[in-house]
Write a protein that binds this ligand. Structure first.
Ligand SMILES: *[C@@H]1O[C@H](CO)[C@@H](O)[C@H](O)[C@H]1NC(C)=O
Length: 239
């Protein structure tokens, strides 16, 4: 094993650590945990129903097929009684730490010397406000993704929330897969879902919020600049 190899391994390791530390510290300094309707912190990988925060605003979300498009789009049920399909979140931070954890053994020694904690010790399992997260329907291998498609009533394209993204790997190739959860009410845990990813500095992203577009009696999740929809997260009990 040459010195060059050792040095380059150390450099890769250092850059990963610096990147991950930067994300961690910005995380820990200002971001509050996202809460469910019981007031508990939302945990990565756990199932939640995502439903309207307002009475009469409809129910939960599921996957459905829009007429005129081949792709499946996330829709909101019109009935408050229908909580739809549970979803789960995973933070971009966890993917960064996963990369460090998956480095080979010899490099793990460097990790210990440099004082980087193990992934489980850093609170990466709690979902924080205004940080990049993947959202997926529980047990589905792919994550939510923003995709342009033609709307039903006008020739203009709309940005629908669809599925098909590869989980994790924050960066330019996955930029359409990251959402942020932002609190919109100080007195109760109500949130909007923003699309304004920070996983890629060189990407040009038109930020917006997830709102509802009604088309022929169905309500679809779409991203736009001028709309938003208030959601709450209800813990789904596993049976
Ligand atoms: C915030 O939540 C409280 C309590 O649920 C509610 O009464 C109030 O209308 C909400 N405010 C807004 C701006 O939605």
């Amino acid at each position: 094993m040459g010195t060059t190899f050792l040095i380059s391994s150390l450099l890769i390791l250092l850059s990963l650590i610096v990147q991950s530390k930067a994300i961690t510290s910005s995380h820990e300094s200002h971001h509050q945990a996202v809460l469910d309707t019981d007031g508990n912190k939302i945990q990565a990988g756990q199932p939640y129903y995502i439903v309207s925060a307002i009475r009469g605003g409809g129910g939960g979300v599921s996957l459905d097929r829009r007429e005129r498009s081949r792709s499946s789009v996330v829709r909101q049920h019109g009935s408050e009684m229908n909580f739809g399909t549970p979803i789960s979140f995973s933070p971009a931070l966890a993917s960064m730490e996963g990369r460090i954890a998956s480095l080979p053994k010899e490099r793990a020694i460097g990790r210990m010397l440099l004082g980087v904690g193990t992934p489980s010790s850093s609170g990466a399992r709690t979902i924080l406000e205004s940080t990049d997260v993947n959202i997926r329907f529980s047990e589905m291998p792919v994550v939510w993704q923003v995709q342009e498609s033609q709307g039903s009533s006008s020739p203009r394209t709309r940005r629908y929330v669809t599925i098909g993204g590869q989980p994790g790997h924050p960066g330019s190739s996955t930029v359409r897969n990251w959402f942020k959860i932002e609190r919109i009410n100080n007195s109760s845990p109500e949130y909007r879902i923003a699309y304004c990813p920070s996983v890629c500095e060189s990407c040009e992203v038109v930020c917006g919020n997830v709102g509802i577009s009604s088309e022929s009696g169905k309500r679809w999740l779409s991203v736009s600049k001028h709309r938003e929809f208030p959601f709450v997260f209800v813990k789904a009990r596993r049976n």
